[in-house]
Design a protein around this ligand. Structure first.
Ligand SMILES: [Zn+2]
Length: 278
């Protein structure tokens, strides 16, 4: 059974809209090849604080990344640090704030766009800074990293859904269309990734309000999907709402590595083998 993991964080994709629009992933759920959970984001429901939550499993009160303007390296142990420590190879195709959290802050637009350096926490990275950077190009960046460096842990982070949500609101044609586009990109790549032996998690940092913003406490802003494709997880739709702090330790479980000391201990519903650490 493979321990390799691909994580796709579709920025700003709220639960109900993803549920309705991601036809291919829902097909995998229907034929019992994927699990679907509802995940409740931490607060504040903002991007940079939630990147830190997803990647370190710690809340803003502990990690100090409390705003989008908190531009500094994380002081926590991230999934990048942990995979590297365990001798696994990692890679990321992501928005530049992810590089600022784990590799270098502030971001240098020339030097930091492409970072191929095994000594850094993110070992192989391609980063973008325009919110308009096409999701199709980002997915190609990620697939390039995967094919060239064969990472055990690959983090992929497209921004298009969040952009359309902020421009037009979560009830708009444009927001739904962008989720459909991401769904189509995933329908092209997920079969390849599965063939290559990857477990796949698809989620989001936060949701989106009807008026095109987030940061607050409503379900629209906090509820995001978590699709999991893994032989270690029983397929199906789960009613239990998962706390976002559980995401990082779940990824550790699927990678077969010990979570950090700061991560919560969480019994993932549907996890088949409780003892999967190396
Ligand atoms: Zn975001």
């Amino acid at each position: 059974m493979s321990n390799k993991v691909i994580v796709v964080v579709v920025d700003g994709m709220r639960y109900d809209k993803a549920y309705d629009a991601l036809g291919y992933l829902q097909h995998l759920v229907e034929i019992k090849q994927a699990a679907l959970y509802k995940m409740k984001s931490e607060l504040p429901s903002l991007s940079r604080p939630l990147y830190e939550v997803l990647l370190t499993g710690t809340p803003a009160s502990t990690n100090g990344i409390t705003t989008n303007q908190t531009v500094r390296l994380s002081k926590q142990k991230s999934l990048f640090h942990l995979t590297k420590e365990h001798g696994l190879r990692n890679a990321a195709a992501a928005y530049y704030w992810v590089s600022e959290l784990y590799n270098r802050a502030p971001f240098d637009f020339v030097e930091d766009r492409f970072q191929m350096d095994e000594t850094k926490p993110i070992q192989y990275g391609i980063f973008y800074w325009e919110d308009e950077y096409p999701d199709s190009h980002l997915m190609a960046d990620a697939e390039y990293l995967r094919r060239k460096y064969m990472p055990d842990f690959l983090y992929i982070h497209p921004m298009g859904v969040d952009l359309k949500g902020e421009q037009f609101g979560a009830e708009s044609k444009e927001y739904r269309e962008q989720i459909l586009k991401v769904g189509s990109l995933l329908a092209q790549t997920v079969p390849i990734w599965r063939q290559e032996g990857y477990q796949i998690l698809i989620t989001s940092d936060h949701g989106m309000s009807e008026t095109g913003n987030h940061g607050g406490t409503t379900s629209c802003e906090r509820d995001v999907p978590l699709f999991v494709i893994s032989e270690k997880i029983e397929a199906g739709v789960y009613d239990e709402v998962i706390p976002q702090l559980a995401f990082a330790p779940i990824v550790c479980q699927l990678l077969g590595i010990e979570p950090s000391e700061e991560m919560i201990s969480y019994q993932m519903p549907g996890l088949k083998n409780k003892k999967v650490f190396n």
